[in-house]
Design a binder for this molecule. Structure first.
Ligand code: SF4
Length: 235
C-alpha cells in the first residue's frame, strides 16, 4: 500500500470519506479558493524551476499556470487573479532579501514503513549559509498559523519525516510561507515523536488495505459530502 499525506489525513478524518474519494472515485469540484491556491502553487513551482528570478518571470508563470475553472464568472476570476498578482509581487520583494539557496522544488520522497510505502512532495527545500536545511510549504489561505501550530502541524511533520527517511536530509527548520497573508512562520524541527507518527501512518495504511472504512462524524460540518452522505451528522 502506498500512502500520501492527503490520503493519510483524509483517512484519519473519516475513513468513510476516504472510501468515497479514493475507492468510489467521487470528486470534490474546484471552488475559487482551491483553484486560486492551485494556481499559486503551480506558478511558484514553475518560477523556481525556471532559474529566471525576475518579477516579470514570476508574473508570467502566474499567467501561464493560472487555472480558469472553479470561478462563478469572469468578474470573480479577474478579482482572484488580481489578488494573486498582488500576493506574488509582495512575495517576490521578500524573496530578494533571502540569503538561503533553493536546493529542491516539489521534491518527491518515498520511505518504506513496514509493508507500506509512504510518499509525498515537499514544496521547497532551502539551504542556509550555515548548511542547514529548511523545509518550506506554501499556504494560500487568508491567515497565518502560530509557531506552535506549525511545530505541531501533521503535514509539516510528515514532510520532515519524508526528508529524513526518504531523502537522507535532516531538516533543522520548518517554514510555512503564507503567500497571501504575507507572513513566513518558521520553527526549529527537533524530531520529537517521529517513531509514533510513523507507526500511526503505517496503521492508517494497514486500515486502508484491509478496507476498514467506518464513518467518523467529527468533521461532518466541513465535509464536502455532508449533504448526501448517509452517515452525515451535519445534513
Ligand atoms: S459527511 Fe461525515 S460521515 Fe460522511 S463522509 Fe463526510 S465526514 Fe464522513
Amino acid at each position: 500500500m502506498e500512502i500520501s499525506y492527503t490520503r493519510y489525513r483524509i483517512y484519519r478524518e473519516c475513513p468513510w470519506k476516504y472510501k468515497l474519494l479514493f475507492v468510489d472515485g467521487r470528486k470534490i469540484p474546484l471552488g475559487p479558493k482551491s483553484s486560486f491556491g492551485l494556481s499559486l502553487h503551480r506558478a511558484l513551482e514553475a518560477w523556481l524551476e525556471s532559474g529566471e528570478f525576475s518579477l516579470e518571470s514570476l508574473l508570467s508563470a502566474l499567467r501561464s499556470k493560472w487555472l480558469t475553472m472553479g470561478y462563478p464568472d469572469e468578474e470573480s476570476e479577474a478579482r482572484w487573479f488580481a489578488k494573486a498578482e498582488r500576493a506574488l509581487t509582495r512575495f517576490h520583494g521578500e524573496e530578494e532579501s533571502r540569503r538561503a539557496r533553493t536546493v529542491a522544488v516539489e521534491k518527491e520522497f518515498f520511505w518504506p514503513s513496514g509493508a507500506h510505502i509512504v510518499r509525498g512532495m515537499i514544496d521547497r527545500i532551502d539551504q542556509g549559509p550555515d548548511g542547514a536545511y529548511e523545509l518550506i510549504d506554501y499556504k494560500t489561505g487568508p491567515g497565518a498559523p502560530t509557531p506552535e501550530q506549525v511545530a505541531k502541524d501533521p503535514q509539516m511533520r510528515f514532510y520532515a519525516l519524508g526528508a529524513k527517511r526518504g531523502l537522507g536530509l535532516a531538516p533543522s527548520t520548518l517554514t510555512v510561507d503564507c503567500v497571501v497573508a504575507g507572513e513566513r512562520v518558521s520553527v526549529p524541527y527537533e524530531g520529537v515523536g517521529e517513531e509514533a507518527y510513523d507507526a500511526d501512518i503505517r496503521a492508517a495504511a494497514s486500515g486502508i488495505e484491509a478496507a476498514a472504512f467506518p464513518a467518523d462524524t467529527k468533521y461532518c460540518p466541513r465535509c464536502d459530502f455532508k449533504s448526501d452522505c448517509p452517515y452525515s451528522a451535519a445534513k
